[in-house]
Design a protein around this ligand. Structure first.
Ligand code: ZN
Length: 324
């Protein structure tokens, strides 16, 4: 006995197995009596015992709808401050155990969830990011850009001209459904700083209404045509004015390679990059520049996403970039 004990201590496999068998047998002997003890204590109140059993039946693992929101039960309790993956879809449950929808910052990440609670997008708030912006569309070339973005998990902002949106409804819907942002670029590309307050308001309202009719969401950002604004524009826009920090001059060069090299040369964190999706060479440039930016570690975000990560935007204020 003394000897086998020493063998166990020295790590003999056989004795190890013997010990674990012995332990298992011991446990088997102890457990039923513990269970009996628990049963006898709960049987003191018959109603209590019934309640415990009922609770176990009502909360098997999985989703449970409550008046306050959806919960997810695991091992009999709702999960809290936790990610859960069901059928390859990711859900998050807050500190009270309720499923998150809409947007929420979790750790370093700004996360977007669908109405059904599925994670649709997450942005590392501490990471590098740029906003690609396309003006004057939508157009037949817009989908070329969308497909490059989709392949690279990127989004862009499209500042659309109101009187074009019905003609290019399909392209606009496609951009919006993907998660791209649709901004206001006036009704007919007028120079807003030359208009009266009432006609500039009408330019912006008509465009917002036309976009909302197609996407269901009113634009919240304005890019004034020609980047031209004055105090009347600022006070009547009721939207932040989004200018740019990189002008690719794509409308002038109409060159895919010049557009690409301009961005490669100038890009830095927080940039708002100006392009136009009515020109085919610009759309073609997206096929190269989008994966290149992602390779450089840039997250391709919408202007509103970048603002959400770095401080909110004010109505009537001009923004050229959104730096850290
Ligand atoms: Zn324009």
């Amino acid at each position: 006995m003394q000897k086998s004990y020493r063998n166990i201590l020295s790590g003999s496999t056989f004795s190890g197995i013997l010990l674990s068998v012995l332990l298992s047998v011991l446990l088997l002997m102890v457990l039923p009596s513990a269970a009996l003890a628990a049963e006898s204590s709960s049987s003191e109140s018959a109603a209590g015992a019934v309640e415990t059993k009922a609770a176990a039946v009502t909360h098997p693992d999985g989703f449970v709808k409550t008046a306050k929101g959806k919960q997810y039960y695991k091992n009999g309790v709702p999960v809290k401050k936790k990610w859960i993956t069901v059928k390859k879809k990711k859900y998050y449950f807050d500190k009270k155990g309720y499923m998150v929808t809409g947007k929420k910052t979790i750790g370093k990440k700004l996360c977007y969830f669908s109405k059904k609670g599925v994670l649709t997008r997450s942005i590392n708030k501490k990471g590098k990011m740029v906003a690609l912006t396309y003006d004057d569309g939508p157009s037949v070339y817009t989908p070329i850009i969308l497909s490059a973005l989709k392949k690279n998990d990127g989004l862009a902002t499209f500042f659309v001209v109101g009187n074009r949106v019905n003609q290019y409804k399909k392209q606009l819907k496609q951009a919006y459904k993907m998660g791209c942002e649709i901004g206001n670029h006036s009704w007919d590309h007028s120079n807003l700083s030359k208009l009266s307050a009432s006609s500039l308001r009408s330019q912006l309202n008509r465009t917002n209404k036309a976009v909302k009719k197609i996407t269901g969401k009113k634009p919240v950002l304005l890019r004034p045509p020609y980047g031209s604004s004055n105090s009347t524009v600022a006070s009547n826009a009721k939207m932040p004015l989004i200018l740019w920090s990189i002008d690719t001059l794509d409308w002038k060069t109409r060159s895919t390679s010049a557009t690409i090299s301009c961005i490669k040369r100038e890009v830095r964190d927080g940039d708002i990059i100006l392009m136009h999706d009515i020109h085919k060479p610009t759309a073609e440039a997206a096929k190269t520049i989008v994966p290149w930016l992602v390779d450089q570690g840039y997250q391709l975000v919408t202007v509103s996403e970048m603002a959400e990560c770095r401080g909110k935007l004010k109505k009537g204020t001009k923004y050229y970039s959104i730096r850290k």
